[in-house]
Design a protein around this ligand. Structure first.
Ligand code: SF4
Length: 74
């Protein structure tokens, strides 16, 4: 499985966000080292750019990501 290209600088991956370790590890396996196309942070990174990824956005918050992408694309 490929690693996410954002991984070296990603605050979620690098433990800069408040997390429950078991859940964080599950997301890291699922998204960061699995399929990053399902990660909310990655979706914003690829559509709006790195500087638009909210500091408190977790990988599973795809609805919030969709909403932000909609707002910015109008
Ligand atoms: S998959 Fe998401 S959380 Fe993981 S490193 Fe990439 S952008 Fe960060």
């Amino acid at each position: 499985m490929a690693e996410c290209e954002c991984l070296p600088k990603c605050p979620f991956f690098n433990d800069k966000m408040e997390t429950l370790p078991a859940i964080a590890n599950m997301y890291r396996r699922m998204f960061c080292k699995g399929d990053n196309s399902g990660c909310a942070r990655y979706q914003i990174f690829t559509t709006l750019g790195r500087d638009k990824v909210p500091a408190d956005l977790y990988p599973n918050m795809v609805e919030r990501a969709d909403e932000l992408i909609r707002q910015y694309s109008h």
